[in-house]
Design a binder for this molecule. Structure first.
Ligand SMILES: Cc1cc2nc3c(=O)[nH]c(=O)nc-3n(C[C@H](O)[C@H](O)[C@H](O)COP(=O)(O)O)c2cc1C
Length: 190
């Protein structure tokens, strides 16, 4: 088991996935970890929709339609690559948030969702798998809501979550240090 500092700092968002499969038990455990995120008012706002392989083509088609609407010209090879990108990873999940009528709770619920996704990702990273949170335009598409059977009046889709074996691990982005981002009241440089 990696120590917590190493686990947090070495985790990377994975963009390209192998075909390695994650056991369903681990995915359920990762979702359980997400549900252990701190949650003011214990609203449990997260919902998870697993998109199995047989639905990935439909998912890829939503992405293709978006690109075409944006005026992208796609060759059959480009299309095949995009379809493969969606078909390859072990798991793709949609994470949605139940819409609370109170705007303060809505914001706090999003905080819980984000912490939940981090718990999910760290759990799988520790098991040797990568994840990625996508918030691209696909998560705002009516077709995605329809595919997932999510009523947009009741829930908002906040993440398309990829999970699987990492084909390539990106180099770590440069991050500021605690000293760069912290001031202590009363100290000379505050
Ligand atoms: C709310 C949220 C949305 C994100 N959406 C995307 C996305 O649409 N596409 C993407 O490539 N990465 C996305 N990411 C991942 C970040 O780009 C990534 O965390 C950042 O580049 C730092 O890399 P690291 O996670 O490896 O430290 C998202 C992360 C968060 C928290």
């Amino acid at each position: 088991m990696k120590n917590i500092n190493e686990l947090i700092k070495k985790r990377r968002t994975i963009h390209s996935y192998s075909t390695e499969t994650i056991d369903e038990v681990l995915i359920k455990e990762a979702i359980d970890c997400a549900l252990y995120a701190p949650n003011h008012k214990l609203t449990f706002p997260m919902r998870f929709t697993i998109i199995p392989k047989e639905f990935r083509k439909a998912l890829a088609n939503i992405s293709l339609t978006i690109r075409k609407k944006k005026g992208r010209v796609l060759t059959p090879e480009d299309e095949a690559k995009i379809i493969q990108k969606f078909e390859k990873p072990s798991h793709i999940l949609i994470v949605s948030q139940v819409k609370h009528p109170d705007p303060v709770i809505l914001k706090e619920d999003y905080a819980t969702l984000a912490m939940g996704i981090q718990n999910f990702s760290l759990y799988l990273w520790e098991k040797g798998y990568g994840t990625k949170w996508s918030s691209g335009s696909i998560i705002r598409e009516d077709e995605l809501y329809s595919l997932c059977g999510i009523n947009p009046k009741e829930e908002s889709i906040e993440a398309l979550l990829w999970a699987g074996g990492a084909e390539k691990e990106p180099s770590p982005p440069k991050r500021p240090s605690a000293n760069d981002m912290t001031k202590t009241l009363g100290s000379p440089n505050s």
